[in-house]
Ligand binder design. Structure first.
Ligand code: SAH
Ligand code: SF4
Length: 401
């Protein structure tokens, strides 16, 4: 079956009519549980321990390979067992509040999660591949001065279920679940996932890790770890764990070549400065030429875009297998910066390229629907919370929501 012959994508309106909540709200959501958590939950619901491994494998496949949302459709389970599952569990995804489609095909989803919070996810189609950009928090506790999300006050960590749920909702919208009996599609619509939406993923480490373990599992969504990129502003103590416990590719929001400028652009630099960050990156356990670190560098007119900056940048990262991704600044209302001129960006890229680094300039996508990097910000705003408060709430909420 070619891509064009696939069944038409379900309409967002259709998806909204699917049940998303139970009346009593007490059932455990299966989405986002890791395999061991799923097995424990099945045992706690009355699955005999001797059968738990088999049941876990069956349910997992229904959820993540076939994308089934109804226990009644799990046809290789007995009627009684399906009823037991329905009594104890839910299959709950974030609710699609709206979907905007850009002239360039980029799709932006506004999703509602429990508590009425909203986050965004963005799908960027490319030739023979597609990238889904997902969020890890509602808003962000950090305040990078060029980032729209950084101006959003309300914050809570997303649960693992809400992070996996973004991938599943996008698959629903794109009609990408396998059809029983039909040959496998060669090209995946969502071939890559980047944690570059709202939030700092390394401040929600455990949930991001668990969610990525679900997404990477070969019996389900089956996205290889090399097709997942986590972007961090530089949370140094969690960088080594990212390689060890997730194993995905790493991108770092570098953005400046002196501590003075980086302090202003990426304030976390005051805690872990450029030298400390680079030392952690040099030690990144997976570092090799085939798994280079991406240095993200936003191009801000007159702030960080001089030839001297370009030369300092290559000097600083010397010895680190790296590529440098230049991001033309994406403007947002009342942003305090301007995008560097195109000629300046090209001159900067040229210096980096001549020093031996790949220096792709990221084409802005979905600008007409404010879907580009750093433009995501939901309308809900309340008091800013501290990281300690968020961590306490997340612990109280427990794993998947
Ligand atoms: N919090 C993480 C991931 C989300 S931001 C991080 O900071 O890395 C994803 C990327 O977009 C980061 O490199 C971020 O610095 C960049 N970004 C933020 N605002 C931007 C803007 N207005 N224009 C261009 N890039 C921006
Ligand atoms: Fe948060 Fe990343 Fe935006 Fe900084 S750039 S405010 S870390 S989302």
């Amino acid at each position: 079956m070619t891509v064009d012959q696939r069944p038409a994508a379900p309409l967002v309106q259709d998806m909204l009519t699917l049940p998303r909540k139970t009346a009593d709200g007490a059932r455990v959501n299966l989405i986002g549980l890791t395999r061991p958590q799923l097995r424990d939950a099945l045992i706690a619901a009355g699955t005999p321990t001797g059968q738990a491994k088999m049941r876990e494998a069956q349910v997992w496949q229904w959820l993540y390979h076939w994308g089934v949302r109804d226990f009644a459709a799990m046809s290789n389970l007995s009627k009684d067992y399906r009823a037991l599952l329905a009594r104890h569990f839910d299959i709950r995804l974030p609710e699609v509040v709206s979907r905007q489609i850009s002239a360039d095909g980029t799709r932006k989803y506004l999703l509602r999660i429990s508590g009425g919070h909203e986050v965004e996810a963005v799908y960027i189609p490319e030739e023979s591949r597609g990238t889904l950009c997902i969020s890890s928090q509602v808003g962000c506790t950090l305040t990078c001065s060029f980032c729209h999300t950084g101006t959003q006050k309300l914050v809570r960590n997303l649960t693992a279920g809400e992070i996996v749920g973004q991938v599943m909702v996008a698959r629903d919208d794109l009609g990408e679940w396998p059809v029983p009996g039909a040959p496998k599609n060669e090209t995946r619509l969502i071939s890559n996932v980047v944690l570059m939406g709202m939030g700092e993923p390394l401040y929600n480490f455990d949930n991001v890790r668990d969610a990525m373990r679900v997404v990477m599992d070969g019996e389900g969504l089956s996205l290889s770890r090399r097709r997942i990129t986590l972007s961090t502003s530089g949370v140094v103590p969690e960088i080594a764990r990212t390689a060890e416990e997730i194993g995905c590719l790493l991108a770092v929001s570098f953005h400046a070549t002196t501590d003075d400028v980086r302090d202003r652009l990426v304030p976390i630099n005051k805690r872990w400065n450029i030298a400390t960050l680079l030392a952690a990156l040099r030690d990144y356990p997976r570092l090799s030429n085939s798994e280079r670190i991406t240095f993200e560098y936003v191009m801000l007119k007159g702030v960080n875009d001089s030839d001297d900056d370009a030369r300092r940048l290559v000097q600083l990262i010397r010895g680190i297998p790296a590529k440098i991704n230049l991001i033309p600044f994406n403007e947002w209302p009342a942003a305090p910066y301007e995008r560097s001129d195109w000629a300046r960006i090209e001159a900067f890229a040229d210096i980096i390229f001549k020093a031996g680094y790949a220096s792709p300039i990221r084409t802005p996508r979905g600008e007409d629907i404010m879907a580009a990097c750093g433009q995501l910000k939901s309308a809900t705003e309340r008091a800013r919370k501290s990281r300690a408060e968020i961590a306490a709430e997340t612990a109280a909420d427990g794993g998947a929501g």
